[in-house]
Design a protein around this ligand. Structure first.
Ligand code: C2O
Length: 632
């Protein structure tokens, strides 16, 4: 008996050792929609009628059925337009308890963004915005919606129109949506949209004189968001989101803009996620978003391949289909629109080859190092910060991290990248569309922008820093920013590389990977661990927050199994610091356990108080670590 126990122990120890050497086994964790929908908010009864029957797995339509060709809404012929309006009228006329009823259909969007659907096996809501499922989920939604409309008018080739707002001829509400007596009309829209729809910061007075400029500005936004953001899958799609992830990894370039501004400039119903799909123009808007995904995939570039990650491809959602049954569809069924039976009509892309405008140096001046911004900051006025960069990198990603806000608030800020005493360009923006709810919805997320091209445009390629300015447009006083940096490779490796890392290692201190825990979730944390081990770390510690944190003890426990030691932060230290900053979560960098002073000088953080004992000191730590990490 005793030897059996000893052997078992030896075997377990062996396995653990191997795990440490060769990394952690990949556990598959696609987000699966729990079909049980529960209305989160009494104001929003968004859940679809439940189905008495079993959920069936999605089957693609027979390849022999006619291909549906989605056309630009402003170019629809009268017959096509009538057909679409008639189908929508029939949908509106269905009884409320019918799953195809227009409001039940539009509420499907609400259910997927209002905490009504949960991740199967996890006590967390499933959120499709601000994640890599933004394009995929909306594709599925439109797919079923289109087929239901076709069914209602008995037309197997019926296709939804798309709103071609990326072309000057489509930059206002298309005619078919303007007729007050049509089923496609929505009375809550902002009348300005009849003249012009801004794709992000292109507002003007909509006069004959200014419209050409505004349209040109829209084309520039398109170029910026598509060309700069689409070089790698994650920047285009949005951050990785797996089962058990709670904080949002951040939306992709197109989701921020033009997607957000179009919702917001149409206004009212369209401007809040819960009500957006109550305006039929929503489906044309998302038709165009879906079309951009299609274009992105067919644009050459080696990083533009669709993810091969099974956690992405095996994620699944549930929808009522055109045969009146509830269907479970996986992301891998959604990759090819031809297999789904539809295509987009090809129209010219006038934004493909446009030059970035570089603003001359002026109001924006580089900050003196000594007065550098202390993160976290509230964005009540514009924030300018020097950000260290490495000369000669092929791809440069700017990260605005730990963006913390209440999900009910509408927040929009722009990000400029400039050269010290030189010009600047708008590199992108962050947009959070408001949610309706009684209770606060804590959101922590991040924004990532590919600034490689912009650094060239401002001729800062040879500089070791750039000037980043965050300019609040809406709700700046409601959003806190945790930091701005240009990580070298992945953040994880950045923290563990180079001189700093060697000096830590020599002193045999432990690495504390806090940032991954707060911003990246379990998966990122584990990755950081693997990196630490492959660099030869002698031991790895993971910090978990004290009770009351957004990340649960359950998640903590999962990590504890895989690290050498784990420490729970004391509730007092961290919770009170967090409250003071009005933040939902923060934290970054490395902490050397025990020998603060030593670690501090190893990290190049001298002169800022030697120990992280109180709230203020902790913030200094965070600050000083970010800065030195950026420089290494
Ligand atoms: Cu699901 Cu345009 O939002």
């Amino acid at each position: 008996m005793a030897s059996w126990v000893a052997n078992t122990h030896a075997a377990v120890a062996m396995v653990l050792l191997l795990l440490m050497q060769f990394g952690l086994p990949a556990r598959s964790k696609p987000v699966i929609t729990d079909p049980k929908c529960v209305d989160y908010d009494p104001f929003d009864r968004c859940c679809p009628p439940p189905s008495p029957k079993k959920i069936v797995n999605f089957k693609p339509p027979p390849q022999s059925s006619p291909l549906r060709v989605r056309r630009p809404a402003h170019a629809l012929g009268p017959e096509e337009a009538r057909k679409y309006a008639r189908a929508t009228a029939l949908m509106r006329a269905l009884p409320h308890n019918h799953p195809w009823n227009f409001f039940r259909q539009s509420n499907v969007h609400c259910a997927y963004c209002s905490r009504s659907y949960f991740q199967l096996g996890h006590n967390y809501p499933l959120e499709i915005h601000g994640t890599w499922h933004f394009f995929t989920w909306h594709r599925a939604y439109l797919y079923f919606y289109e087929r239901i409309l076709g069914k209602l008018i008995n037309d197997t080739s019926f296709a939804l129109p798309f709103w071609n707002w990326d072309d000057p001829s489509g930059m206002s509400i298309p005619p078919i949506y303007r007729d007050h007596s049509s089923s496609l009309f929505n009375p809550t829209r902002n009348p300005d949209g009849l003249k012009f729809i801004s794709l992000g910061g292109c507002e003007g007075n909509n006069t004959l004189e200014s419209l050409p400029k505004q349209r040109q500005c829209n084309l520039q936004v398109m170029h910026r968001q598509f060309i700069s953001g689409f070089k790698s899958s994650l920047l285009f799609f949005g951050g990785q989101y797996r089962a058990g992830d709670r904080s949002l990894p951040g939306g992709g370039s197109i989701e921020g803009s033009p997607h957000g501004p179009v919702h917001l400039t149409v206004g009212s119903d369209m401007s809040a996620l819960e009500t957006a799909a109550q305006d039929p123009i929503f489906f044309a808007h998302h038709g165009n978003i879906d079309r951009l995904w299609e274009i992105w995939e067919s644009t050459p570039g080696k990083k533009r391949e669709i993810f091969s990650d099974n956690d992405f491809l095996d994620a699944s959602f549930v929808f009522w289909d055109e045969n009146k049954q509830v269907v479970r569809i996986r992301v891998r069924d959604l990759i090819d629109t031809r297999k789904l039976g539809y295509v987009y009509e090809e129209v010219p892309l006038r934004w493909m080859n446009i030059k970035t405008t570089v603003e001359k140096a002026g109001a924006f001046v580089a900050m003196d190092e000594k007065e550098a911004v202390r993160f976290p900051v509230l964005l009540s006025s514009q924030v300018t910060v020097n950000v260290a960069r490495k000369v000669g990198k092929k791809e440069e990603i700017l990260v605005v991290s730990d963006i913390a806000l209440d999900g009910r608030d509408y927040v929009w800020f722009k990000v400029y990248v400039g050269r010290v005493r030189g010009g600047r360009v708008e590199a992108g923006c962050f947009i959070h569309m408001q949610r309706r709810a009684n209770k606060k919805i804590p959101v922590v997320t991040k924004l990532q922008l590919d600034i490689t091209q912009f650094v060239e445009d401002i001729r800062a390629d040879g500089d070791d820093q750039v000037v980043v300015t965050l300019v609040p447009k809406v709700g700046g006083d409601k959003v806190a920013i945790g930091g701005v940096s240009i990580p070298v490779k992945r953040a994880a490796i950045n923290m563990l590389e180079g001189e700093r890392w060697r000096s830590f290692k020599e002193r045999s201190v432990w690495i504390f990977a806090v940032e991954f825990w707060t911003s990246g979730g379990v998966r990122e944390t584990l990755r950081a661990l693997e990196d630490a081990r492959s660099c030869g770390a002698r031991g790895v510690r993971i910090g978990a927050w004290g009770t009351g944190d957004e990340r649960s003890a359950g998640e903590g426990a999962e990590l504890v199994e895989r690290v050498d030691t784990c420490r729970m932060w004391s509730g007092r230290d961290h919770m009170s610091a967090r409250r003071k900053c009005g933040l939902v979560a923060f934290g970054c960098g490395l902490e050397a356990q025990g020998a603060s002073t030593e670690a501090q000088s190893a990290g190049g953080c001298t002169g800022r108080g030697s120990r992280a004992k109180g709230d203020r000191d902790w913030l200094h730590w965070t600050q000083c670590d970010r800065r030195s990490v950026g420089r290494s």
